[in-house]
Design a protein around this ligand. Structure first.
Ligand SMILES: Cc1cc2nc3c(=O)[nH]c(=O)nc-3n(C[C@H](O)[C@H](O)[C@H](O)COP(=O)(O)OP(=O)(O)OC[C@H]3O[C@@H](n4cnc5c(N)ncnc54)[C@H](O)[C@@H]3O)c2cc1C
Length: 495
């Protein structure tokens, strides 16, 4: 038995957990229905970019939901969590009404519980592994809602608990980029006693959490509190600092940095290279969302105003496409349309995002692919030409391949097209580190167990390693890299 499973067993057998478990018979727990998340009405929420759609659980709802958890002997939900949160422990703390303790438990494992409670695809991770999903064919315990509840409860109570950190050991380490992978890495390294600096190219900390995901899904104020906790723990943040331009790795080594974590993400948008893609009014979702979320380009006094569309087509079927199309609706579009080359079932976006988009009046045009954009007299996009598709055999990803229906072409009037068909890694860091092994997709190659690259003092994780992935996978990489960088630096100290 490993230390970890022994620890879980001991915690499960603490008197308060045993008493709580015995207080409600298992069959009564199974009979409880999963709680429903309250939401702001669609017509109300689309009036504002910052009105959060989900309202969070009330304490009564959280107590109700926590009671469903069976406190399993072998909690498989933990296996589904890339940062290995002790899920039964925090859920049972909620059931016992110990809300602040539940928040403290979350922070032992995650630097960003309020973020993850909002944007993690729990349905594909911890909740998929819940006893109810795996064994009962029932709706899983709403682990994500409960995580959000505990983190929000702590924030709103004003009794924010800062995790304990070891005394500083004087060893300087750096994280490059300030997205979830680096934040998670920084949180673990500061707890271990290192001097941690996070270097960020932009003028805001948070990576995609700030420049990509809109406030109606993830308010900046929520992210800021979690960033503030890291600052309180001692993490140093340097903004407007492009590693590879403002300073090189050699410069940073001269400043005393002994090891590096690269979490620079995948911020380079993909395009389709079709005629008309360079027209005014055709842009990437990255540009659109960054300018709205980070540069307030939709406001009348903006230095970098953005083109607001009335007839907007967003190409793609992932979370980014949903965020862009829902943003366009909030910015006054009369028609906001998702164009996706596969069917609805194959869309990679979270089901909740698709449902919310539909409620807000977003139209879905599935099995269609743009082939050309045409301008008006002023050179702005005015029409998009689409190819109708059908589903063929499954491809390497297991999804059925979209195949063009010969001759089935049609045009639609548009005045804004947003391309959200994926991203590639930014090539700057690989280019300035000769000897760093890079895959043919431009991602950094690492040992998957340690996240160590071909250069021993350089570790990497998140989208720069995986290509576009998820917040929690990036955070899991950051944690893994912190643990192995710690071992690496300790070994070096001994020599
Ligand atoms: C619009 C959108 C919506 C999404 N929605 C979800 C969702 O709902 N749920 C989910 O789980 N995932 C979602 N994702 C994916 C998720 O956000 C990413 O997988 C995750 O943010 C990756 O984290 P990261 O730490 O690798 O990098 P990022 O978050 O991309 O951050 C990288 C940071 O590095 C900085 N940087 C780059 N180069 C340098 C340099 N040379 N020097 C200094 N700084 C540098 C960049 O400016 C950036 O701030 C979404 C992505 C987008 C774009």
């Amino acid at each position: 038995m490993t230390d970890h499973t022994e620890m879980l067993k001991q915690e499960r057998n603490t008197p308060w957990r045993v008493e709580l478990r015995n207080s409600v018979p298992g069959k009564d727990r199974i009979a409880i229905e999963r709680v429903k998340m309250n939401e702001v009405e669609p017509l109300e929420r689309i009036k504002s970019q910052t009105c959060e759609v989900n309202c969070g659980l009330t304490p009564e709802q959280a107590l109700h939901e926590a009671r469903r958890c069976m406190d399993c002997v072998n909690p498989t939900c933990i296996e589904g969590c890339p940062v290995s949160i002790n899920i039964p422990k925090f859920v049972k703390q909620i059931e016992a009404g110990k809300f602040l303790d539940a928040a403290a438990t979350l922070k032992e494992f995650s630097a960003l519980p309020a973020v993850c409670g909002r944007v993690c695809p729990q349905e594909k991770q911890c909740e998929l592994k819940c006893f109810y999903s795996e064994k009962m064919n029932k709706e899983p315990v709403a682990i994500g809602y409960l995580e959000r509840f505990a983190a929000d409860y702590e924030r709103l109570s004003g009794k924010i608990q800062i995790p304990k950190v070891e005394e500083r050991n004087g060893i300087k380490v750096a994280a490059i980029g300030s997205g979830p992978s680096s934040l998670s890495f920084a949180g673990d390294m500061i707890k271990l006693g290192y001097e941690v600096t996070v270097f960020e190219a932009l003028h805001e900390i948070g990576g995609v959490l700030k420049y990509g995901i809109p406030e109606f899904r993830l308010p900046n104020s929520v992210v800021d509190v979690e960033l503030e906790n890291l600052k309180e723990m001692g993490v140093n943040f340097e903004k407007n600092f492009v590693v590879g331009r403002t300073a090189s790795f050699d410069d940073l080594k001269e400043l005393g940095y002994k090891a590096f974590f690269i979490g620079s993400g995948a911020g380079l948008p993909n395009f389709m290279n079709i005629p008309g893609e360079n027209l005014n009014g055709v842009m990437s979702s990255n540009e659109y969302l960054t300018r709205v979320n980070l540069m307030y380009a939709n406001q009348s006094d903006s230095d970098t105003p953005i083109m607001l569309g009335k007839r907007v087509a967003v190409v793609g079927g992932g979370n980014t496409a949903m965020d862009a199309v829902r943003t366009s609706k909030r910015l006054g579009a009369e028609r906001s349309l998702i164009v996706y080359r596969r069917s609805r079932e194959e869309m990679p976006a979270r089901l909740e995002e698709v449902k919310h988009a539909e409620e807000e009046g977003i139209e879905f045009m599935n099995l269609a692919n743009p082939v050309e954009y045409m301008p008006n007299a002023e050179g702005r996009v005015a029409k998009a030409r689409f190819q109708r598709m059908k589903l063929g055999e499954p491809d390497a990803s297991g999804r059925r391949k979209p195949v063009a229906i010969e001759g089935d072409i049609f045009d639609i009037d548009v005045d804004l097209v947003i391309v959200a068909i994926g991203v590639s890694p930014n090539p700057l860091i690989p280019a300035c580190l000769p000897g760093l092994k890079i895959s043919r997709w431009g991602t950094i190659e690492v040992n998957e167990e340690t996240m160590q690259s071909s250069i021993p003092e350089i570790f990497a994780g998140g989208d720069i390693v995986r290509g576009g992935a998820t917040v929690i996978l990036a955070m899991g990489d950051g944690r893994k890299a912190a643990a192995s960088m710690h071992r690496y630096l300790q070994e070096k100290q001994k020599k």
